[in-house]
Design a protein. Structure first.
Length: 262
């Protein structure tokens, strides 16, 4: 198997450090989970997302939100107000804003870099998680000593159905994306693969999972509905990725030659 293109663009964070909008508390890095949320012009969704994190039946959560310079609504203000109002729910929290718009990959990398915990749960601001999500994924990753853990999802919004996640398989992944970004990942694994890379047109998540294959990471699958992926006209699944399908196939084939995309 050949490794991906070495120009990953993951951990080469911009010298301009993000602005700390609010920050509080501390958390045991080995006992807690850092939940990292990328936010960009989703003021109408972010509160529902945050409420789902607050409703977890797992208590030790560090909440991290990175606003990628939202410019069409008051996403930052909505997140800031909610986080300050619910500060007591989380032992630790950080709200950051990029100085300039960097894109999804860099927003996630900024959040990972800020995370105190060894286990980091990734989600976008328009999605939600069910109350047992963090507890069950954490149990799966710790019991198997896996590098990451993911679950089945509910797809809701413009359609309502069950997602197409399945057990971790290099063969499945070689044929195309089938795992969403919503997953629990060890911070050391994020470091190992060079973080997230900017992929023009989308598929940053697919690229990240391909990198895990290339370092022979073990990944746990929990066959339960633990997260909800919102499908809407502005979601990545519906827009850029669909328009750039063939270009993405070609780029992924170059970065990960072992894939069999058609």
């Amino acid at each position: 198997m050949q490794a991906s293109n070495p120009v990953r663009g993951g951990l080469m964070l911009d010298e301009a450090k993000p602005k700390i909008v609010s920050q509080w508390g501390a958390i045991d890095p080995n006992e807690g989970v850092s939940v990292v949320i990328s936010l960009y012009n989703y003021a109408r969704f972010i509160e529902e997302c945050l409420e789902s994190v607050a409703a977890q039946d797992f208590e030790q959560i560090q909440l991290i939100v990175v606003d990628d310079v939202s410019n069409r609504d008051n996403s930052l203000e909505v997140a800031d107000t909610w986080m300050k109002r619910n500060m007591a729910r989380f032992p630790s929290g950080i709200l950051l804003q990029h100085i300039d718009n960097k894109g999804l990959a860099e927003a996630r990398n900024t959040a990972f870099a800020a995370a105190s915990c060894e286990l980091v749960f990734v989600m976008d601001a328009d999605n939600t998680i069910l109350p047992s999500c963090l507890r069950k994924l954490r149990r799966a990753i710790l019991s198997s000593n896996a590098a990451a853990a993911f679950s089945q999802l509910v797809i809701f919004g413009s359609t309502n159905t069950i997602g197409f996640a399945d057990y971790w398989s290099e063969r499945f992944l070689s044929e195309g994306p089938y795992i969403d970004a919503m997953a629990l990942i060890r911070k050391k694994t994020w470091h190992q693969v060079g973080g997230y890379s900017h992929i023009p047109g989308g598929w940053e998540d697919y690229d990240f999972w391909c990198k895990l294959v290339e370092v022979k990471a073990d990944v746990a699958y929990v066959p339960e509905l633990l997260g909800k992926y919102r499908q809407h006209p502005e979601s990545m699944l519906q827009t850029e990725s669909a328009r750039n399908y063939q270009k993405l196939h070609n780029l992924m084939s170059l970065r990960h030659p072992w894939t069999q995309l058609e």
